[in-house]
Design a protein around this ligand. Structure first.
Ligand code: ACO
Length: 331
């Protein structure tokens, strides 16, 4: 049995936070943010809008587009670092309940911006082992809830949103996810962290402190991201005897335009192969890759059979890449 990427869906909150808006909150400029990151604006969820609310909207669209019934979904796996609840229940079970899928196994994984590649790998493994047939994978993030809007080094980067996909069993090898790498290096965990509140550093008081929000060694992370991702995508193409021309769409995690450009250039990707949403959504962590695939799909740019190369890098540190043909049921 093989695993096929059947459909995509996404949701973006209405409210736009522009670079201009940020200049009124921290000491920064539109020019600095644009030049260093490529980001012009990002979306911010409403105060009472949760990670699971956004996830449900993306998930329902992905299921509808797959042509399956909701009742065909036999597992839900979520990637999020901004869960509805800190410890339990998992956001995936909240999503399952809101969708009327209470009896379906559901769980979250935490791999920061690499989360979507990790859950794609989990779905692939469950399907190839014959344990499940139709898995809903969702990346959803309310990054604004864990971002310090007094820290100009991080608050300019992040945005909110959700993306989802349906991964199904197939016996047709041509439809199958071709390959997937995931990796981690825990020794660099302090490059990106929310230090406060877990058992490693219990809450000192009732109020959120600075340490409850994301802290990042931006420049160090940037350099390792470029180096590691370049090596990883070169490797996955070589392992599968593919050239960059065989890739219809390079869909990188949308953290920073300069990282995307450096990795794309190393692969000799043409501009029209590279999917970019960083300018309008910023970094939505585990949601960024499916949100980018969804934009491509809704613009009519993603056709059945076309090969996507995904890559991601984030807190952990974690990274991964995948070669994924778009294989809707109607093909
Ligand atoms: N506006 C103006 N100046 C700023 C801002 C800002 N918003 N932020 C930082 N600066 C200043 C710094 O203070 C520094 O000033 P100094 O030279 O006087 O000390 C200067 O700009 C340069 O700062 P750097 O941090 O070296 O800038 P850099 O070019 O590295 O860009 C950035 C910073 C955009 C954060 C970049 O390092 C980056 O994108 N890093 C990688 C992020 C990433 O990929 N993370 C992984 C995924 S996230 C996740 O997993 C949740």
């Amino acid at each position: 049995m093989y695993a096929a990427f059947r459909s995509i869906g996404a949701y973006v909150p209405e409210r736009i936070l522009s670079n201009e808006d940020l200049t009124k909150m921290v000491d920064t400029t539109d020019e600095w943010i644009t030049k260093r990151t490529g980001i012009k604006e990002r979306r911010i969820a409403a105060k009472n809008e949760t990670t699971s609310d956004m996830a449900v909207k993306a998930a329902e669209l992905a299921i509808e587009r797959s042509g399956l019934a909701k009742s065909d979904i036999d597992m839900i796996v979520m990637a999020t670092i901004s869960p509805d609840y800190f410890n339990m229940p998992s956001t995936a079970t909240v999503v399952a309940h809101k969708m009327g899928l209470d009896k379906v196994p559901a769980f979250d994984i935490s791999a920061a911006c690499t989360g979507f590649v990790y859950i794609l790998g989990i779905a692939k493994a469950f399907i190839e082992s014959g344990m499940k047939k139709n898995i809903l994978i969702v990346g959803s993030e309310k990054m604004s809830a864990i971002t310090d809007y007094t820290d100009r080094g991080t608050c300019i980067l992040f945005g909110d949103g959700a993306g989802a996909a349906v991964i199904s069993a197939t016996d047709n090898k041509d439809e199958a996810i071709l390959d997937l790498h995931i990796a981690a290096d825990g020794s660099l965990g302090d490059f990106l962290m929310t230090p406060d509140g877990g058992t490693g550093n219990p809450h000192q008081n009732e109020l959120k402190s600075e340490a409850s929000f994301i802290q990042m060694k931006g420049n160090e992370t940037f350099k390792i991201a470029v180096r590691t991702l370049t090596k990883d995508v070169v490797q996955i193409l070589a392992d599968n005897n593919l050239e960059s021309d065989d890739i219809a769409h390079f869909v990188p995690h949308q953290a920073n335009y300069r990282i995307i450009k450096a990795v794309g250039d190393a692969l000799k990707m043409r501009e029209d192969q590279v999917v970019l949403t960083v300018h309008k959504y910023g970094n939505t962590s585990g949601a960024s890759i499916p949100m980018a695939i969804n934009d491509l799909y809704e613009e009519g740019g993603l056709k059945a059979g076309e090969m996507m190369l995904l890559d991601a890098f984030g807190g952990g540190l974690t990274w991964g890449s995948a070669l994924v043909p778009f294989s809707p049921f109607s093909k």
